[in-house]
Design a protein around this ligand. Sequence first.
Ligand SMILES: *[C@@H]1O[C@H](CO)[C@@H](O)[C@H](O)[C@H]1NC(C)=O
Ligand SMILES: *[C@@H]1O[C@H](CO)[C@@H](O)[C@H](O)[C@H]1NC(C)=O
Ligand SMILES: *[C@@H]1O[C@H](CO)[C@@H](O)[C@H](O)[C@H]1NC(C)=O
Ligand SMILES: *[C@@H]1O[C@H](CO)[C@@H](O)[C@H](O)[C@H]1NC(C)=O
Ligand SMILES: *[C@@H]1O[C@H](CO)[C@@H](O)[C@H](O)[C@H]1NC(C)=O
Length: 415
Amino acid sequence: MKGQNNQYPLNSVSKFFNAQFHFIQFLTYILILGFGITIGVIFSFYLKDCNFSLQFTQLSLSSFPRTPPLPPPTAKPEISNQSQPRTQIQAQTQIQTETQMETENSHVGLKEFLKPPPVVHDMDDEELLWRASMTAKIPDYPFDRVPKVAFMFLTRGPVFLAPLWEQFFKGHEGFYSIYVHSNPSYNGSRPESPVFKGRRIPSKEVEWGNVNMIEAERRLLANALVDISNQRFVLLSESCIPLFNFSTIYTYLMNSTQNYVMAFDDPSSVGRGRYSIQMLPEISLNQWRKGSQWFEMDRDLALEVVSDRKYFPVFQDYCKGSCYADEHYLPTYVSIKFWEGNSNRSLTWVDWSKGGPHPTKFLRSEITVKFLESLRDQKCEYNGDSINVCFLFARKFAPGSLSKLTKIAPMVMHF
Ligand SMILES: *[C@@H]1O[C@H](CO)[C@@H](O)[C@H](O)[C@H]1NC(C)=O
Ligand SMILES: *[C@@H]1O[C@H](CO)[C@@H](O)[C@H](O)[C@H]1NC(C)=O
Ligand SMILES: *[C@@H]1O[C@H](CO)[C@@H](O)[C@H](O)[C@H]1NC(C)=O
Ligand SMILES: *[C@@H]1O[C@H](CO)[C@@H](O)[C@H](O)[C@H]1NC(C)=O
Ligand SMILES: *[C@@H]1O[C@H](CO)[C@@H](O)[C@H](O)[C@H]1NC(C)=O
């Protein structure tokens, strides 16, 4: 009851206060609105001003096609200094950066576009092989291309005959590229000689006779293919030496119409005996070939080798243990698909006459002028003719032979 009686006066009091409260609220809204409009007006004036000065600055410096109200770029002033507008037009930094990039890009010539990436890169094998497999569909180069020979060194550790090679390459810059694949366990603590400096490609473990040796060869080829100038590709080891001077080797390779991947059919247990029936249907027994690992090939064949996705996986799966993929993969693959351009012989001389699993290693005492002369003077077929330059390289030479080789080289090899 008491509560009911008190309800009306209480209600009227609260209504009074409510009305007052609403009035204050209304007043606040009005104030905020007014304040907002004032700020808005001031701000819009400021922006207008700013926009005007922006356009003015741009006009005086250069034409920016992306900023809307601009007269047609009739007398387009040169961008005299690009750092100047950057500091003035703070609000337009992003647009400007884009425009600047466009301006810079329009100056990128073909030379810049074809520049090979650094030898040390972050591509994995899959990415690298894909990148390397690219080729121009138009066969003629729209510029003067100086073809280079890619010398690819597959080594365990350092190229210990580097001073001899240094002597060989001297004065022929621009006509060769060097790539080195050494075992990752080799920490490179030896000081590198100038021509080999920074030429070590990202490498992986290689075991003698294992299929990962071919992976390393493909890695070398792929790295070399990325340089559009490389035309001929030679695989060498740390125990290889050149038998002729650079100009002779360069001419021999560039003028050759053939590839030099040794391939022959060996019916014995160390030839056909290494074939596996599981390689069918891709590879049959009478397609199986043997040959030296040390090849020389042109750009077209190198592209085919890095792009092979049919035969190489067969070797990865079934050429294990005493199969020795390095002696069979390229000879077999090239003989199946590209035998027409192949000479079936190697350009690297090696001595197997003593038998066993490894060829003869020549020591310092065995190296004579007569011995080297005999390696240089052998009869061979070259572009369909018989000539007496057969081998351009030779192996295997021990590290101890270096000083004798560098001494004899000018006399015998003319470098
Ligand atoms: C642009 O400015 C830099 C320093 O800020 C100066 O070194 C350069 O010469 C200037 N370039 C031109 C084209 O004026
Ligand atoms: C590099 O390897 C050699 C032997 O393989 C070792 O003696 C040397 O300490 C290594 N150096 C570094 C910096 O790891
Ligand atoms: C390179 O060697 C050949 C012989 O193989 C020789 O005729 C020629 O003069 C040599 N070139 C130079 C530049 O020494
Ligand atoms: C190829 O041989 C010809 C002579 O038959 C010679 O004139 C030309 O210079 C050689 N090419 C190269 C790249 O050495
Ligand atoms: C190379 O060997 C293949 C067979 O594998 C043969 O067809 C081709 O005629 C040979 N080429 C030469 C130049 O001997």
